[in-house]
Design a protein around this ligand. Sequence first.
Ligand code: ATP
Length: 351
Amino acid sequence: MRHSPHNHGGATVKYMKTDRSDILACLRNSEDYVSGQQLCDRLGVSRTAVWKAINRLKEEGYQIESVPSRGYRLVESPADIYSESEIVSRLHTKWAGQRLIFLESTGSTNPDAKRFAEEGAPHGTIVVADRQTAGRGRRGRSWESPAGSSIYFTIVIRPLFSPEKASMVTLVMALSVAEAIHEVTGLETGIKWPNDIVVNGKKVVGILTEMSMTPEMHEMQFLVAGVGVNVNQNRAEDFPEEIRKAATSLQIEAGHQFDRAGLLACILARFEEDYETFERALTLSELKERYESRLVGRNAVVRVLDPEGEYTGTSRGITETGELIVERENGERIRVYAGEVSVRGLYGYAE
Ligand code: ATP
């Protein structure tokens, strides 16, 4: 059975939207006091439930003023508060992140998301963690995932297309994340094909997309796209020695902290829109130009680290199906498939 992306999947994962996130959203969207009665009516809950939720929010560090006969007002949110209610209260998407599982710590959000997807989690479900103990990149490489500073999330996608198109989702996500970071931080972001985002030549984001096939191996059951963003590491020494030269964070580059919940909400909003654009065409035709405008090393010489033999050539952009076009010295144009291949600038990771 074919289905629309917005209504398929079972409902075994609890919808995590809480009174707290609704109250937060109401308070944040109002300049003035919001009365207890208004909150009760809006949420359809009792006065006691509102009172309890407000107290929980205060415990989490929100400064909420309550004035008898006027109501409640959000005075200040704690800096970079990263919790389920904060993230949910910031979301303005239709499906991306509308089911959310927040974990303080986990091995890696990709296997978690796969497990939830196997149990029926719908399209757009996300698993978010504050810390990963076994974060992974491609080919089993590790992704450094300390607590309290970064975004790690994985989104479940139930594709309506065939497996050979799946690798394009990585490029769609790279574009959405690169533009969201630019929108929120003002930093210039580049995309190092296919799946890394760099700022000033250093990596701030890694993306790992994996797919799960039906037992007969004909159809894709679902995809998971995992994203790691280095946000608030405050100095290069926060990264382990081996990756210090090639890794950076948004705070290091911009000189100040960012709030992770707001950035995550922006990423999800952009991804939702870009994914829908991709899903209409089933190619990157409408996204290619934006992707290429951020592609690092375009029209420069790159080294392709193909396990079957390394070579150099000039990077000429991407095809509508997401391969990198590399022009050899003899003019031959090679379409490089992501798979096992890495690409490097001639003078460094992303030059
Ligand atoms: P390339 O194609 O350039 O070889 P990749 O896309 O294969 O890179 P991934 O496998 O996605 O890279 O990411 C894992 C690698 O990223 C690790 O081997 C390490 O070098 C680097 N890395 C690990 N953690 C971080 C981090 N938090 N920030 C930046 N880079 C990291």
